[in-house]
Write a protein that binds this ligand. Structure first.
Ligand SMILES: O=C(O)CCC(=O)C(=O)O
Length: 253
């Protein structure tokens, strides 16, 4: 779901600046927006908050985590990871996927947010969702890797006749909340500039790492749940509690 005007625009602009400052990590110019036009590769990185205090402050802020906890119906949420997601000019669609297929944690324990860091118009690529898919389970895992699943999921959606919704235009301050099982993707970036966005993954306190069911989860385990293995509680310094309803209640009483 989209919560419109969820964040003040100044805050989104600040977050954007923090992530744009990471572009040198990708060997890209940062100071000349025109110069970025011809760059054809995505700038995607996970867990930047581990090494960057400003991103750590944003990623651990309880405001977004509280909304996420309430939507997921959980008392306590931990930070899973942050994600820089700058889609390159002319980039293809983000194919259908479920975030629970990216990390080996039960989808009912996961909620992700996506924050557009520029206003998103049709040419930038609207995010799309399958309505009600959060009530389902993981799909298409038998084929393992990301690429085959994309066709499988598109076929399943067509075969089942599921309704697909688009967010439509997104403004600075709008935030998308995605249950771990929600089938989603986005349209291609048909512009000559980056489609700049970032995301946070939250995991319910008490959730455990499961045995990976697909290669994508093996990759997610090493990239996003660093140091954890199947059977471990998602906890530790890389997964701090970012929202605790009981602390909030005590503070309010
Ligand atoms: O870029 C988008 O529209 C959605 C991002 C996404 O699919 C994800 O972060 O899992």
């Amino acid at each position: 779901m989209v919560i419109r005007e969820c964040l003040p625009t100044e805050e989104v602009e600040w977050i954007r600046g923090e992530y744009r400052a990471m572009l040198p990590l990708f060997n890209r110019p940062t100071d000349d927006p025109e110069a970025m036009d011809w760059i054809q590769q995505d700038a995607v990185a996970f867990c930047l908050w581990h090494d960057h205090d400003s991103i750590a402050r944003f990623a651990q802020s309880p405001y977004l985590a509280q909304i996420a906890a309430e939507l997921l119906g959980k008392e306590r949420l931990r930070l899973g990871h942050d994600e820089m997601l700058f889609k390159a000019p002319g980039d293809d669609e983000i194919s259908w996927h479920q975030d629970a297929a990216m990390v080996p944690v039960d989808g009912s324990q996961l909620i992700a947010i996506f924050i557009p860091l520029i206003p998103i118009r049709e040419a930038d690529g609207f995010p799309v969702f399958v309505d009600g898919s959060h009530r389902g389970t993981l799909l298409g895992l038998e084929t393992g890797l990301l690429k085959p699943r994309r066709e499988d999921l598109a076929r399943i959606i067509a075969d089942e006749g599921w309704e697909v919704s688009s967010t439509g235009p997104l403004e600075l301050g709008d935030v998308i909340f995605l249950h771990g099982n929600t089938l989603h993707g986005s349209h291609p970036n048909r512009t000559h500039k980056f489609r700049e966005g970032c995301g946070l993954f939250f995991i319910a306190d008490g959730a455990r790492v499961e045995e990976p069911l697909a290669d994508s989860q093996v990759i997610g385990l090493s990239q996003c749940l660093r140091g954890l293995k199947p059977g471990d509680l998602v906890a530790g310094r890389h997964h701090p509690v970012v929202y605790d309803a009981s602390v909030q209640r005590a503070a309010n009483s």
